[in-house]
Write a protein that binds this ligand. Structure first.
Ligand code: NAD
Length: 348
């Protein structure tokens, strides 16, 4: 899957490039030799962190701007070969308590971007989500599964995806949608658990705290390590066969929540599993077991997951041991001292 070579000489824009998925992609794009622009509004409480681009700051043009700001977006898009549209409001819960902000960023923001691409056509790779499927009616979930979201986030992500394909068809630019799985790994925000549980569970385990599991903890989930998601983005941005397609990602190794927590506790050498009742706000947006069918992207682009869960967890814990001060808020204790070599580095 050597796609990096295809980016040499290309100019790319990553919206949301200071966040988790965006910044990991930006690191890969810089390494590929692409000219990289980032547009990110650094809005609280989303996942942006300037440290996410540590070491490559001088190789990236960073526009601190909002995707809803047409002038800034036009300036960022002009002259670009590929836009990876990753910026979003990503909280399922917040989309139910503040649906207008979700609508504004995820739908209007996408349309502002598409209007800019209409004037300066380029390929658009949209960051979709498994949340677009909502309540699961058959397993494994392929791209033809019904779209019946359980929250406004899923509704708006569906709308934004359709905006991309419609404007691409009408105005003649190529579009690809990558419906991401739950993804974990380095450069995710670790200050709260509103944007995905896996990284938050790692945070709790590293602080040697109880990890709450909604009873009975048998729900299946399907997790990808972020490097595998990055490879999928790179393929979607460059390969001709990707154009016009929607792709699921998946791990091929679904895991129930209790086993997931046990694996996290083992990797972090801390934390304990604590069974708790479902909070009502979570129960109403629960999708049921989720197992992804990702055979379409495997057949079309040759993508396969390469990092198994236990290895991804170890890499993630090692990253946060090294950079805890850049990612952990003050409300939880920092991880206990370990013998990890990074603990002795003077750069912290
Ligand atoms: N992380 C996952 O497990 C996952 C799973 C499925 C889909 N996704 C999708 O991937 C994308 C990125 O998710 P993430 O986990 O990296 O989130 P993140 O919060 O870490 O990153 C999102 C980035 O977008 C920026 N942003 C938000 N609103 C903006 C605005 N109005 N203008 C400019 N920038 C803005 C934020 O500042 C942040 O840097 C989202 O579109 C999300 O729907 C993520």
């Amino acid at each position: 899957m050597n796609v990096m070579a295809g980016y040499a000489g290309k100019t790319v824009l990553v919206t949301g490039g200071l966040g988790f998925l965006g910044s990991n992609l930006v690191h890969a794009l810089v390494a590929s030799g692409a000219t990289v622009r980032v547009l990110d509004a650094l809005l609280e409480p989303y996942g942006a962190n300037r440290h996410n681009l540590a070491g490559i700051e001088d190789s990236v043009r960073l526009d601190v701007a909002d995707v809803r700001d047409a002038r800034a977006v036009e300036a960022a898009v002009t002259g670009v070969d590929v836009v990876f549209h990753i910026a979003a409001q990503t909280s399922h819960i917040d989309s139910m308590t503040d649906p207008f902000t979700d609508l504004d960023i995820n739908c209007r923001g996408t349309l502002v971007l598409l209007q800019a691409v209409r004037k300066a056509p380029c390929r658009v790779v949209y960051a979709g989500t498994r949340g677009q499927y909502g309540r699961v009616v058959h397993q494994p979930v392929d791209e033809r599964h019904p779209l019946q979201p359980t929250d406004m986030y899923g509704v708006h992500k569906n709308t934004a995806e359709q905006q991309c394909f419609l404007w691409g068809r009408v105005h003649g630019f190529p579009v690809v949608s990558l419906r991401l799985n739950n993804t974990y790994g380095p450069r995710h925000q670790m200050k709260h658990g509103r944007y995905g549980i896996l990284n938050w569970f790692i945070r709790l385990a590293m602080a040697d705290l109880p990890i709450p599991v909604y009873e009975p903890g048998t729900q299946l989930r399907d997790y990808n390590y972020v490097d595998d998601a990055t490879t999928a983005f790179l393929l979607c941005g460059i390969r001709e066969e990707a154009i016009g397609e929607i792709f699921n990602l998946g791990s091929g190794q679904p895991v129930c929540i209790t086993d997931l927590v046990d694996a996290i506790v083992a990797a972090a050498e801390g934390g304990t599993r604590r069974m708790v009742a479902w909070p009502a706000e979570r129960a109403q947006i629960e999708t049921g077991d989720y197992v992804a069918d990702f055979s379409h992207i495997t057949r079309t682009l040759g993508w396969k997951p390469t990092v198994p869960l236990h290895e991804g967890l170890q890499r993630t814990v090692a990253f946060y041991r090294e950079y805890a001060d850049q990612y952990f808020g003050a409300d939880l204790p920092l991880p206990p001292a370990t013998n990890h070599p990074s603990q002795t580095m003077e750069t912290r």
